[in-house]
Design a protein around this ligand. Structure first.
Ligand SMILES: [Zn+2]
Ligand SMILES: [Zn+2]
Length: 137
């Protein structure tokens, strides 16, 4: 699988199949995307490979436990990493060239969902992170 940012400066490929795809409705995702929620999927850190434009990638510390990477030219959110899951990163599924291929399986941080953003699906809804997946209490 391959993907990239809005302006085309950054291109990446995945060396293994992503997993744990899901919607996140947390406040940080809302602010980072300017949207009610983001869809992330996990991949092993070494399997997310920049093919082009790695020097255009900037990171911000987005919480006490994590940071987010984005294209410094166009602002596209690329991935996030959290200290409590060091082996994986969570990338923005919409940045794939074919995002239909990675289907979200759950909703997390549903407690901070924006009220008018009502998903029309039957996926599990977790008030905060999924049980057994660490993260803020
Ligand atoms: Zn860009
Ligand atoms: Zn989030």
């Amino acid at each position: 699988m391959e993907g990239g940012c809005l302006c085309g400066a950054v291109r990446f490929s995945l060396a293994s199949a992503p997993f744990d795809a899901g919607w996140c409705h947390c406040r940080i995702c809302q602010l980072n995307s300017g949207s009610p929620a983001m869809v992330f999927a996990a991949v092993l850190v070494g399997d997310y490979r920049f093919e082009q434009g790695e020097d255009r990638v900037a990171t911000i510390k987005s919480s006490d436990f994590g940071h987010r990477a984005f294209c410094r030219d166009c602002g596209t959110p690329l991935y996030m990493r959290v200290d409590y899951e060091p082996e994986t990163l969570d990338f923005s599924v919409a940045t794939l060239d074919r995002p239909e291929a990675v289907v979200p399986q759950f909703h997390i941080f549903y407690a901070s969902r924006i009220g008018w953003a009502e998903p029309a699906d039957r996926l599990s809804r977790h008030p905060r992170s999924r049980p057994g997946h660490g993260g803020p209490a």
